[in-house]
Ligand binder design. Structure first.
Ligand SMILES: Cc1cc2nc3c(=O)[nH]c(=O)nc-3n(C[C@H](O)[C@H](O)[C@H](O)COP(=O)(O)O)c2cc1C
Length: 173
């Protein structure tokens, strides 16, 4: 199973998670790079309205992979504009099996829910990782480890609860 993690990170939080998950599941990890730097105001307005933003071409072809996992910060209750752009530019929605977000508050769940209709095969969802808060790091670490176990299918009991996978899809319908 070839897995590609595609992430965007403005401040480094999502990057840390992407690298950890990438190592844990043996995936290639690709960063989305905007062509021009994004101001926080543009970021918030663009994300709130579901816009994309010009990104550099990826170094790999995402269609060469069996599954794709996306990592994004939460911006204005939505995923970041480079992630929207990736989904618009590369016709790979069916390959996207997972998504994880980092946020300052609890908005990750809603941000991912907005994408459920676009991503019909989403199974591995990890939201509300508060990567920038030091006191949350143990909690984050455990949840990231569990996410890795679920993707690796190592028989974690009760893994499809919490913010993982199908349950959320059912809730959103
Ligand atoms: C423009 C902008 C908008 C944001 N909006 C939200 C938000 O709506 N909810 C939230 O919980 N955090 C929000 N955040 C905080 C980020 O999601 C959080 O700091 C995240 O960990 C950043 O990830 P990064 O370091 O990979 O960029 C926002 C940050 C920025 C820069």
């Amino acid at each position: 199973m070839r897995t590609l993690i595609v992430y965007y990170s403005m401040g480094g939080d999502v990057e840390k998670i992407a690298k950890k998950v990438g190592e844990g599941i043996g995936a290639d990890v690709e960063q989305l790079k905007p062509v021009k730097s994004i101001s926080k105001v543009t970021a918030a307005i663009g994300a709130a309205t579901g816009q994309g933003v010009a990104i550099e071409p990826l170094r790999v072809n995402p269609k060469d992979y069996d599954q794709i996992i996306i990592g994004s910060p939460v911006w204005a209750g939505s995923v970041a504009t480079p992630v929207n752009q990736f989904l618009k530019e590369y016709d790979v929605a069916e390959l996207v099996k997972g998504i994880f977000t980092s946020s300052a508050g609890g908005d990750g769940h809603g941000a991912v829910q907005k994408l459920y209709k676009k991503l019909p095969n989403l199974k591995y969802v990890l939201t509300n990782i508060y990567a920038s808060k030091k006191e949350q790091s143990a909690f984050n670490g455990e949840r990231i480890d569990r996410y890795i176990d679920v993707i690796n299918d190592v028989g974690v009991s009760g893994s499809n609860t919490d913010s993982f996978g199908q349950e959320n899809q059912e809730e959103s319908e």
